[in-house]
Design a protein around this ligand. Structure first.
Ligand SMILES: NC(=O)c1ccc[n+]([C@@H]2O[C@H](COP(=O)([O-])OP(=O)(O)OC[C@H]3O[C@@H](n4cnc5c(N)ncnc54)[C@H](O)[C@@H]3O)[C@@H](O)[C@H]2O)c1
Length: 254
């Protein structure tokens, strides 16, 4: 692997949902390779991600942001550009999970919340990031979908609908801007050990059920997903756009 192609020195990367889990691992990985990283997240834990980056000699900024709020997303993008002088890559990764229940038992309010964060949040991020990238002459975006964006995991109807929509938004944005130097791809993780999945992995019965998914018999590590995001944002993936990159330990291959 040519290391120069994975050097992000001088680049500015915006990550939503970068307070914990996959987002934090990706923020640290970008910073290690020279990027300035902005974390937009509702959780103040985003500040800890930035402190970890700075402790390792990197640079970044935490901006408290609810991705479902257009004014806050616009301010996130504007402040990123104003503070660090540009926006080269974006990882739209913030997401929430509804309780595990069959469709008829899911409540309407939870459906609306999942749609607001997981779908509208990605739409708003794309809208304001692309607005800037067009002026700058290009950029790269990765949206976090899920294996639930390509198959229906049981008991997760709002999430399955939301993550299918993230893949739709990814393809739509890629089609609209392929000739403008903007690449947009989706990451579709399988089971990954993060605060989101802690409630399953900590419960011995549930752990067995969820671990029957990945063929490797283990959850992914956030860093294993971060590696794919860096690859997609790098020139190594210069001909990849509008695609879904499924990283799931083999879950969807049978
Ligand atoms: N962990 C898995 O197994 C798995 C599998 C497939 C997809 N995903 C997706 O990966 C992404 C990251 O999840 P994770 O597993 O790292 O979990 P996580 O809970 O550690 O991360 C989610 C992050 O999103 C943030 N967030 C939630 N609502 C927000 C909002 N309204 N505005 C801004 N930030 C908000 C949270 O504060 C948190 O930092 C999510 O989109 C999730 O759906 C996770």
């Amino acid at each position: 692997m040519n290391d120069e192609l994975l050097d992000f020195t001088g680049q500015v990367v915006l990550i939503t949902g970068g307070s914990t889990g996959i987002g934090r691992a990706t923020a640290l990985a970008f910073a290690r390779r020279g990027a300035k990283v902005v974390v937009g997240d509702v959780s103040e834990e985003g500040q800890t991600t930035i402190e970890l980056i700075k402790a390792a000699g990197g640079d970044g900024l935490y901006i408290k942001t609810n991705v479902a709020d257009a004014a806050q997303v616009r301010a996130l993008v504007d402040t990123t550009v104003k503070t660090f002088g540009g926006l080269h890559c974006a990882f739209n990764n913030a997401g929430i999970l509804p309780p595990t229940l069959p469709l008829a038992e899911q409540d309407e309010e939870m459906y609306d919340r999942v749609m607001a964060v997981d779908v509208k949040g990605v739409f708003l991020c794309l809208k304001y990031q692309i607005g800037h990238m067009l002026k700058a002459g290009g950029g790269v975006i990765v949206n976090t979908a899920s294996v639930a964006g390509v198959i229906a995991d049981p008991g997760m109807a709002p999430y399955v609908a939301a993550k299918h929509a993230v893949i739709g938004l990814t393809k739509a944005a890629a089609v609209d801007y392929a000739k403008s130097g903007i690449r947009v791809n989706a990451l579709a993780p399988g089971l990954v050990e993060t605060p989101m999945t802690q409630r399953w992995l900590a419960d011995p019965d549930m752990r067995d059920v969820v671990l029957s998914g990945p063929l490797m018999g283990r959850p992914g590590k956030p860093e294993e997903l971060a590696n794919t995001v860096l690859y997609l944002c790098s020139p190594m993936a210069s001909f990849a756009t509008g695609q879904v990159f499924i990283i799931d330990g083999g879950q969807t291959s049978h």
